[in-house]
Design a protein around this ligand. Structure first.
Ligand code: ZN
Length: 77
């Protein structure tokens, strides 16, 4: 497995930057399957859902930085 392009120093950014494991049912055979960010691949029947059904585009460092800046900025000033 190749290392991530950007070293996750901040534990918060590390937790927010990677794909999240999600769970759902296979729409073909109904098996409970795990996926990443809403993208599933059934190991029983081979069903996969379209990538466009993912919860978000593949994460990038820039996107993650934007998200953190928008959501987690302290509004003290
Ligand atoms: Zn299936």
């Amino acid at each position: 497995m190749p290392p991530a392009p950007e070293p996750p120093h901040d534990p918060r950014s590390a937790a927010g930057s990677g794909p999240e494991i999600t769970y759902g049912e296979c729409r073909q055979c109904g098996t409970l399957i795990a996926g990443l960010d809403g993208r599933y691949s059934c190991g029983v029947c081979g069903w996969v859902n379209p990538h466009s059904e993912g919860h978000r585009p593949l994460p990038r460092a820039e996107d993650d930085r934007h998200r953190i800046a928008g959501r987690d900025t302290n509004r003290l000033g």
